[in-house]
Design a protein around this ligand. Structure first.
Ligand SMILES: Cc1cc2nc3c(=O)[nH]c(=O)nc-3n(C[C@H](O)[C@H](O)[C@H](O)COP(=O)(O)O)c2cc1C
Length: 363
């Protein structure tokens, strides 16, 4: 073998030592401390900023910069058009009320808006000169892509199918973040359907995306250790992104009830659900996913906003039955380790799996 796995076009493009990415985890887990720790360890930490108000996003970016001088990324959710049907919103609010009652929440006023303003979030990313910008749920409009490129930002877009990868390529996006069906969290799909047959597993997705587009591919979904990283690289990916694997790190903002649920996870324990947000996402099965399975709910981000109070209160009370426990199918392989130690072990395991143990890894 003439080259080590670390000599990767993704590592070169991102200016990092290890082609290993801490996936963006919106909703709290990717704290500035976690993002910085992954970057400091030689990978790329990515802040999941999708739910952060612009001012907060700016603070988080600056907090990362206080902790590391290395490259890092920020990820946002590209808004898709959605309809707000007042009757459906009222019906959904009624549906969630019994759960809120159980948690002792008083009837909360309807949210005055359902999502943060994407343009304003993007303006912060541009203004702060973030090195890497990742996105999901779609592709930003051409002027935004151009502005980011002009600013020297490396762009990383999510694809769950070959058609989505082709769309990213055509839009001039530098890196394709291929998300397999195993992945925890929301499906990034914007052309593929949200359910079968749009659910392509990572082993099938990576080579097809690699064949379809001439861009470096980052694999994500179910990868928890060096075996998974090595497999993704063997299939043609140039880097791996791990989400669930980092959720039990002490630096992560994962709340205690969520951590306990992850520690008890089983391989068959996740489901694809719309219950909390209106958009399919993979998470650990619990009372909410079971009771709301098949229930019609308003689209993302409406339902997401409607359940925010409930989820926040559940986190405070440590009630995992009412939490969105986003997790990938590899959750049982998760380890409770400091992020730097986890990155170190992932790199050593990948070396071992690929039979590439260089001098730098000798004890
Ligand atoms: C809690 C959680 C939040 C996530 N938030 C985002 C997000 O904001 N943006 C995004 O592009 N992907 C998000 N993802 C998906 C990850 O980018 C990645 O595809 C996924 O974690 C990979 O699967 P794994 O968890 O099995 O490693 C999230 C995943 C989880 C588990």
């Amino acid at each position: 073998v003439s080259r080590r796995w670390t000599d990767s076009p993704v590592a070169t493009a991102l200016g990092i030592d290890l082609p290993l990415i801490g996936a963006p985890l919106a909703g709290g887990p990717t704290t500035p401390a976690l993002v910085a720790a992954v970057s400091e360890a030689g990978g790329l930490g990515v802040l999941g900023g999708g739910y952060s108000a612009p001012d907060r996003l700016r603070e988080e970016i600056r907090a990362v910069r206080e902790l590391t001088g290395r490259p890092f990324g920020v990820n946002l959710m590209v808004p898709q058009p959605y309809e707000v049907d007042p009757d459906a919103v009222a019906a959904a609010a009624e549906l969630f009320q019994p759960y809120a009652d159980e948690l002792g929440l008083s009837r909360s006023p309807r949210p005055d808006r359902y999502a943060e303003n994407f343009e304003d979030q993007l303006a912060v990313v541009l203004d702060e000169g973030v090195p890497v910008f990742g996105f999901t749920f779609g592709i930003p409009a051409e002027p935004a892509v151009r502005a980011l490129r002009d600013a020297g930002t490396v762009l990383m877009g999510t694809a769950t199918s070959v058609a989505e990868a082709r769309a990213l390529d055509a839009a001039g996006i530098d890196l394709v973040y291929a998300q397999g069906a195993e992945a925890g969290g929301h499906r990034g799909s914007f052309l593929a359907g949200d359910a079968e047959p749009g659910l392509v597993g990572l082993v099938a997705l990576i080579p097809q995306v690699c064949d379809a587009v001439d861009r470096p591919v980052i694999a994500s979904g179910g990868i928890m250790d060096g075996r998974g990283i090595a497999a993704a690289l063997m299939l043609g990916a140039s880097a791996a992104a791990l989400g669930t694997a980092f959720m039990r790190c002490p630096e992560a903002g994962t709340n205690p009830a969520y951590r306990a649920a992850l520690a008890a996870a089983e391989d068959t324990g996740t489901v694809l659900t719309r219950a909390f947000s209106g958009k399919p996402a993979r998470g650990l099965r619990n009372r909410m996913t079971e009771e709301l399975a098949g229930t019609e709910l308003p689209p993302f981000p409406v339902t997401n906003a409607l359940t925010r109070g409930l989820r926040g209160r559940a986190a405070e009370l440590g009630r995992s039955d009412y939490l969105s426990l986003w997790a990938g199918q590899g959750a049982p392989m998760g380890r409770e380790l400091p992020a730097a130690e986890l990155v170190r072990r992932l790199a050593a395991e990948t070396d071992a799996a690929l039979g590439e143990v260089g001098p730098r890894d000798q004890p």
